[in-house]
Design a protein around this ligand. Structure first.
Ligand code: MRU
Length: 358
């Protein structure tokens, strides 16, 4: 009888929406504690995004869509134009929490556009009607993400063959999405198909998403995962242990330049040196056709304390100058292809991304 494998299906949910309440798995506590936190206000949702309780491009988009509802749920007695102004204010406020992942502003713009569309299509709508439609829109964004991740998995799983070593950086996993993940979706589905492969999870300094989150969720799901520190990737590659790199993304410019967690560009440069293919797992909501090249992508700079401490332990001197860019941009020429919900996209990226999604 075939051995029953552990599955991603039993992982704790990144976020849920029930009876008008958003609940987030607090990712800052993983892997030590698995605790979910009910969100009570738009300010709390802003803070949860800022502090990375919820993180990962698709997940912050979904959290933003639900979060904006908190900003207007007590405003449904207002006349429509005032309600729309409050909605826009709430969307702008949440958008200010993190700048790099386009999914957040994408989801917020979609919510605002939906409200305006209802008013145009049905001028008799009142603010309560608009709120109800907005709640349905946020749920739709959440549900669509599940199908998008599934499609990324189906389109990418064929890249993973028996005996391969697959390296990933940061967490573009179930925790970064509604479920299944983007970079991890091909891994989970290949695992489900009985393919035997190893994953190397980069630790991902300074906030250790690879160590705390990716290695945790893959281990929980029964995928063979090995944790390495970021500076070990070159060694593993030089020893022939890595055959494939799959990472996620926060924003893809029209020409294929790709922002992802700081360190991704270094991994791509190493992979090029060792002749290892690099794939970016990418939902349609992460492609930003309004941004021509990676040069234009705003890179979030975070609190120096994140670099000066390793967990609770201070590792840098008091008063030390620090840089803490949270993302870098991998130039398109280092990328082999994009694993998208519409299929694999190969170079030339400008033309082919447009063809697939434009
Ligand atoms: O700072 P984070 O943890 O939100 O960074 C997350 C990443 O860089 C992910 O790789 C990216 O958002 C893709 S998630 C599917």
């Amino acid at each position: 009888m075939a051995e029953k494998r552990s599955s991603y299906k039993s992982l704790a949910k990144t976020l849920t929406w029930e009876d008008g309440v958003l609940t987030l798995l607090d990712q800052t506590l993983l892997p030590v504690e698995v605790v979910s936190e009910k969100q009570e206000s738009i300010e709390q949702v802003w803070d949860s995004i800022k502090k990375l309780k919820v993180r990962g491009a698709p997940a912050i988009g979904i959290a933003g869509a639900y979060g904006v509802l908190y900003g207007v749920k007590d405003k449904t007695d207002l006349p429509v134009q005032e309600f729309l102004a409050e909605l826009k204010k709430s969307a702008d406020y949440l958008d200010s929490s993190r700048p790099t992942a386009v999914n957040l502003s994408w989801a917020l713009k979609r919510m605002v556009a939906k409200a305006n569309l209802i008013v145009t299509e049905k001028p008799s709508s009142n603010s309560k009607d608009i709120y109800i439609t907005l709640e349905m829109e946020a749920i739709a964004i959440h549900e669509e993400d599940k199908q998008i991740c599934k499609n990324i998995g189906l389109n990418g799983k064929g890249l993973i063959k028996d005996g391969m070593g697959v390296l990933t950086h940061c967490n573009a996993g179930s925790l970064a999405t509604s479920e299944l993940g983007t970079a991890t979706a091909p891994m989970y589905l290949a695992h489900e198909d009985g393919i035997n492969f190893k994953v190397f999870s980069d630790e991902t300094r300074p906030l250790l998403q690879g160590a705390r989150l990716t290695s945790w969720e893959l281990q929980q799901s029964g995928v063979d995962v090995t944790l390495i520190t970021d500076n070990m990737a070159a060694f593993m590659m030089s020893k022939g242990e890595v055959d494939l790199v799959i990472v996620g993304t926060d924003r893809v410019a029209a020409n294929g330049d790709t922002a992802n967690k700081i360190g991704t560009m270094g991994v791509a440069i190493l992979a090029k040196h060792f002749g290892i293919p690099v794939y970016i797992a990418c939902p349609s909501s992460t492609i930003d056709f309004e941004t021509e090249t990676g040069e234009e992508i705003v890179i979030e700079e975070r609190d120096p304390e994140e670099v000066l401490f390793f967990g609770e332990r201070r590792t840098g001197p008091e008063g030390m100058k620090v840089r803490n860019p949270a993302f870098d941009v991998t130039p398109n020429e280092l990328i082999t292809g994009f694993i998208t919900d519409k299929g694999l996209v190969e170079a030339p990226f400008k033309e082919n991304l447009k063809k697939a999604f434009g």
